[in-house]
Design a binder for this molecule. Structure first.
Ligand SMILES: [Fe+2]
Length: 244
């Protein structure tokens, strides 16, 4: 599997690290927004080897894109990028510890992806409890759980998207997870610890989306406020390995 990405996916690390993560920010010529890079990278790593995981990832990213309006442009960009990348650690070539959140986050950190995105990937959907069961709490501690609405929203998107990428309720997602993985799987055993935390993240995000919808209804179509665009993001050729 070609994890060594071709030129378009290889953003120079220093440019990823120093540029502002803001969809309205003027990116250097030829450098795509973070979410575009994330989509291409996820497609390249997952689509051929793990097509069902790729379908799930596309569904999670679709959901994140839909709800990103509830956040500032910078936070929305981080949310969507993390959604594209959250399960990248399932790819065989990235496997190291065997815990996909940690393996994915470490891979992304090596590629120079902003640390906040790596940390969101590392901690998504109750990773701390899984790490505790697998003896990987030390590895996970390389990244901090930010405990913010953006973090909740990533968990929400993952927990309300089926393995095939369709929208699903949180209870149905948990039931499917238990059935598919079986009682001995660490992710299922970790539910004894992290199910309430997962449910709380989903509930907080649903509350946030309700408030955002109510505000939009009160304030009209210009809510949330439009952010000034400094320059159009330059068009880039789609990467051959990612769906358009
Ligand atoms: Fe996922």
């Amino acid at each position: 599997m070609p994890v060594s990405a071709p030129a378009e996916t290889d953003i120079p690390e220093v440019m990823v690290q120093t540029r502002k993560v803001d969809p309205n920010h003027a990116f250097p010529l030829g450098i795509p927004p973070l979410r575009t890079w994330a989509r291409r990278m996820a497609g390249q790593v997952l689509s051929a080897e793990l097509p069902r995981r790729w379908a799930h990832t596309q569904g999670v990213a679709r959901r994140a894109t839909e709800i990103a309006r509830a956040f500032s442009p910078a936070d929305g960009e981080v949310l969507v990028a993390a959604a594209w990348l959250h399960d990248i650690g399932y790819a065989r070539e990235l496997a190291d510890t065997g815990m996909h959140q940690v393996d994915g986050a470490r891979f992304l950190a090596r590629r120079g992806v902003p640390h906040r995105v790596c940390a969101l990937v590392a901690h998504h959907s109750g990773a701390a409890a899984v790490a505790g069961l697998c003896g990987l709490s030390g590895a996970l501690a390389e990244f901090a759980d930010e405990h913010t609405p953006v973090r909740d929203a990533l968990w929400y998107c993952d927990m309300t998207t089926s393995p095939g990428g369709e929208p699903v309720s949180f209870p149905d997602r948990l039931a499917e997870l238990r059935t598919r993985r079986g009682p001995d799987d660490a992710v299922v055993r970790a539910l004894a610890v992290n199910e309430p935390e997962r449910a709380a993240a989903v509930r907080r995000t649903e509350d946030l989306l309700r408030r955002e919808a109510a505000t939009a209804a009160r304030c009209g179509p210009r809510w949330p406020p439009r952010w000034p665009r400094t320059r159009r993001v330059p068009a880039t050729r789609p990467h051959a390995g990612s769906p358009e």
